[in-house]
Design a protein around this ligand. Sequence first.
Ligand SMILES: [Zn+2]
Length: 328
Amino acid sequence: MNLPIADLHCDLLSFLAKVPKADPFDPNQIACAFPWLRAGGVRAQVMAIYTDVHPESMELASQQAAIFVQLLEDHPETVCRWDGAFQQTLEGTDQLGIIASIENAAGIGTATATWKEIYAQFDALLGKVGSLAYISLTHHTENRFGGGNYTEGIGLKEDGKRLLDYLAGKRIPIDLSHTSDLLAEGILTYIDRHHLPIPVLASHSNFRSIWNHKRNLTDEFAQEIIHRGGIIGVNFLRAFLDSEQPERLFEHLIYGSNLNEQAISFGADFFYTQDFPDPSRHPIYFPLAENASKYPGILERLSQELSEGQLRKLAYENVFHFYQNLWS
Ligand SMILES: [Zn+2]
């Protein structure tokens, strides 16, 4: 089933920044290489500026922002900016719309950065990439802003509050995909208490009631996102679906569609896997979702259970609708 696809998360930029001889056009190198994206009908792709918590994270983030701009400059026949105008004229072009996001605010501020440096880095990154699809405060670990997925008992820190204050009103959503439960709670409570205009989403997360994993959303947080008009992008990683049963991907997608058919979307999370250290995590993806060419087959399989209207919402309409609202 061929529908345009809008996907909320891939790690092409960190691959291009870190891997020697990285080629975004080589399908053998990464599952979200441009030929795979094209084959899968992907028309709009969020590209994360990913850094871990490291003294060099701000430099690495700046480097990825520069790579994002370079892609637009060097390959105008392949990519263009994903903005409101792009969404309106999707049919008139066959370029891939791209927008950057920040996955881990360590790229905005390392442990030793002053707030003057943090604000300057934020402004510089945003100035470079033009707009941001979302910001995630953390990744798996803890940083100065809060606790990531695999930390327990670490929520929103004072620096996290200060960064949220700075984000407010800038039309940049906050991403809950890499928060500890306590951080997710802290963010939502802080936004509410201070009436901060900050939209909320989960860019690449599945459902904990389908597969019990710290990377997946509890029903409570999924509902919080839905109530706030946010979207949830389902992740294709084997570890977060069900490490044994590929078909569980469809259960996550159908579960999300049943929770709210206006909120469910894709956030496949394709990244460079050839240096991934933990052998138990290989293969990282099941064959049915192993690269970005697989969306039509996934939609075909889902068409047994979801209507064409629901599939369209999942494929791209919910994501476009969310950003149309945000940008207009
Ligand atoms: Zn991630």
